[in-house]
Write a protein that binds this ligand. Sequence first.
Ligand SMILES: [Ca+2]
Length: 496
Amino acid sequence: MKKRKLPEITAILALLSPLLCAPRRVTASETYWICDPDALGDWSAPANWDGDVPSSGDVAYIANGGAAAISQGTAAALAVNAGSTSAVGHIVQSSGTCHVEGSLTILGPAYTGSDASFLLSAGQLTTGATRVGNYWAHVDRLSGVFQQTGGDHVAGGITVEGVYSGPVHYGLQGGTVSAGHISLRNGGTFTQSGGTCTASTVWITAHTRRGASYALTDGELQAEEVVLANADPAAYAQSGGTATIDMIRADSYGVFTFSGGTARINKVAIGGSYSGGNAKLVIHSSGPDVSITELLQFGKYGRASVGGTLHMEGASFDTARYGDWVCCGLTNCTFLFEGGAERPSTFEAAAPSDAHGQPRAYRVKGLVLGGKDVGLVKLVNARDNGHRDSAGREHVFAQSLTIHDGSRLDLGGLRIYVEGDVEDVLDGYVAACNTHKLFDSTLPEGDHLDAVYDPDENWTVVVPEPLSLSLVAIGGIGLACRKPRRRCPLRGGSLS
Ligand SMILES: [Ca+2]
């Protein structure tokens, strides 16, 4: 019965595992799986190892092409390797407890007829770190597959990463995953079709520009942060299930795609810090239910392809896009503001005035205030989007504007253009006294807004009434289309 001393293992595992950060003395021994590769052997049987059955201080290798079954009791080791750079190995856990204080590594050569694998169907698995593949393994083509259909997997971190090719994959079909982080790099993929996955950070990036992805088709994902960086592409794709995420962030080639399921996200930041990529938010026109509760922000390099309705449940819209790309793919997006009376939103104005030409190019499909709760929105012009008029203002152009009872839109000194002749509708929102659904908090007392249809442009613009008169005077808007307005009966009078 031989044991090989590995005094350096402590230092290596301390790098790999947060659980090993505390200084400690460990005398690790290696023990190798020697069971017939064609048989599924019992982990706890001494005859299946060349050393002892692994204990908490040992490093275990299942790397002879065989498979070890954990089906009872407790399996423990300092580190476990399913496979090596020259041979695959498999672990099948169907019950019991497996505790790996350091790293569980699933890594083997690719295309040998089977992939190094861990199959978890029941029981509990805890690790300091779970690694599927390893970029630093110096193997051009490696394999590693973690399949989970049940049980509980608790890990300080889960890393799924390849080198250049070969399958490196985590498949979650059932059970629970709880990880400090999930890092997907260099061809690493995580597909969730069931179960519950909880992670502090899901980090999708690359050492090289190979793609990496997380796909959610069913089940539940809870994460504080999902970050897409320089993998090409770094992809989060949700077609089903439920995601609850504090913040999603995409830079470089990161693409978030929502085509189904439910996603509730506090903050969304797309394309804020990298100029060379195509960071993008994609929301399909039907199927997904995406709600944002704090902030939807496009940086200078952010893009979008958003169809259908985006639920802004107290979220503000901010864009730093400049020039012709300012609308960044939101022309088919209807913003539904429904954050409630305690959660007002702001909306960054980025379109030019009509004096500058074509505000339609910067048009969003719709603004709707009021849904399952009221929506309170104020237009702001905090950023220079390249379309400032002579007064330094930028404006908003929408194909449609709907303000339900109890909801209010504050123009904040800016203009809103709405497609077509909707003068009567918007005048109904304005009413009198600058206190109704559509108002401007910057107006002097006694002034109020007026909606004016411009038949030449076929849009309706809402402006302060004295300004609307001046626009008529210069012929910008047809006088014949103007309608007499009610006056405010008394200061502080009732809403009408
Ligand atoms: Ca602006």
